[in-house]
Design a protein around this ligand. Structure first.
Ligand SMILES: *Cc1c(COP(=O)(O)O)cnc(C)c1O
Length: 379
């Protein structure tokens, strides 16, 4: 057994990242300023999209989007129940109704079919997830959506490409830079859109509803005379954080190449363990996987998923659960009356998935340790 605990994830922090933070601390300007501008520019360059707004989290981006799109009672937002529950929470906060769709059982991706069956005249937004770093079928989803806005949850998708284009190249996408994501700022998020009005509204909503936010290099801040247009929030990102993201993005290809290498090794070593089934690749379109997570389904008569996670922990192997489905959690059950059985593929996975350790500083030996421990606990 391993001597040292192998966590399920660990951020990849380089000396350059540390130096970037040092530079901000020495610069005399700590909150949103030039590094935010750099981060926004870098995401526009990576994706090819037009407008980016750096924020304190992806959840904040979703909160602001519900405001900017004026979602409220009577409106419906379709999203997979297999998502991080903060996105559903923000829909609820707006007064709109979250309408959970199922996912493909083998990829955890919402599909044009699972989405189409939930569309009603009240649907105001569709929010699928590029899950674990694999893209959902964007063209197919846009086709069934028609005029309904599709917002891409790209929290797992830094470095994900769909049909040759980086996620977020057109339309609206939300990225997260939380500490476990492929690119991190500690905590952080980013709103990306080709809709100028929406992006400028998000920019105002993020900072008290004040019209002007742009860091003015001459004034070192905004004009103190700027007025509140509506009662906004305070979801700006500090430059201390943004600088980490700017530095990390320079290594995105490298970071994801390492993740991919480890994921391929997992696939190879797990291939003849029938009780452990990794997710499948989506089919029918060309894509590049960002390998945010390496998820397997635990299907063993000897031990269930929770026991599997506990026994691996006793072997000094950390694991994660991405995600426990939203619709069967206490608030959602009690508020909307969901009962087991309504979203079969989601519920099967919610009960069986487990994320194995995957981060750029892991080695092939670490992967072997995980697989050895898995064999041991299944024996
Ligand atoms: C992490 C995550 C979010 C939220 O990101 P934060 O920056 O932590 O708010 C949203 N959706 C998905 C699918 C996520 O994994």
């Amino acid at each position: 057994m391993r001597k040292e605990f192998l966590p399920f994830t660990k951020p990849s922090i380089s000396e350059d990242d540390i130096q970037a933070v040092n530079n901000v601390l020495r610069s005399g300007w700590l909150t949103n300023g030039p590094q935010n501008q750099e981060l926004e520019k870098a995401l526009c360059e990576l994706s090819g999209n037009k407008y980016a707004v750096a924020l304190s989290s992806a959840t904040a981006a979703m909160h602001l989007l519900t405001k900017a799109m004026e979602l409220g009672p009577g409106d419906e937002v379709i999203l997979p129940s297999m998502t991080w529950v903060s996105m559903a929470n923000m829909v609820v906060q707006s007064g709109a109704t979250p309408v959970f769709c199922d996912v493909d059982r083998e990829t955890l991706l919402a599909t044009p079919e699972t989405i189409a069956e939930k569309i009603t005249p009240k649907t105001k937004m569709i929010l699928p997830v590029h899950f674990a770093g694999a893209p959902f079928d964007l063209d197919g989803v846009r086709k069934v959506a028609g005029d309904i806005p599709v917002v891409e949850d790209a929290a797992h998708a830094a470095g994900t490409y769909y049909k040759g284009k980086h996620i977020g190249s057109t339309g609206t996408a939300i990225f997260s830079f939380h500490a476990i994501k492929n690119i991190t700022t500690g905590e952080g998020g980013l709103f990306l859109s080709d809709n100028e009005k929406l992006a400028s509204d998000i920019r105002a909503w993020k900072f008290h509803g004040i019209g002007v936010d742009a860091f003015d290099r001459q004034n070192k801040g905004r004009s103190p005379q700027a007025e509140v247009m509506f009662p906004g929030f305070k979801y700006n990102l500090t430059d201390i954080c943004a600088a980490i993201g700017v530095s990390q993005l320079k290594r995105l290809e490298q970071i994801n190449a390492k993740r991919r290498e480890l994921a391929m090794l997992y696939r190879e070593l797990l291939a003849n363990i029938p009780e452990i089934r990794p997710l499948a690749d989506p089919e029918g379109y060309d894509f590049t996987h960002a390998w945010h997570l390496f998820i397997v389904r635990v299907d063993s008569p000897k031990l269930d998923r929770n026991a599997f996670m506990n026994e691996l922990k006793a072997e000094n192997i950390g694991t994660g659960l991405h995600f426990r489905c939203c619709h069967l959690q206490k608030f959602y059950r009690e508020t909307y009356g969901f009962t087991p059985g309504v979203l079969p593929a989601t519920e099967y996975n919610s009960d069986h998935i487990c994320s194995l350790p995957l981060f750029p500083d892991m080695t092939a030996d670490d992967v072997q340790d995980v697989v050895d421990a898995i064999k041991k606990v299944l024996a």
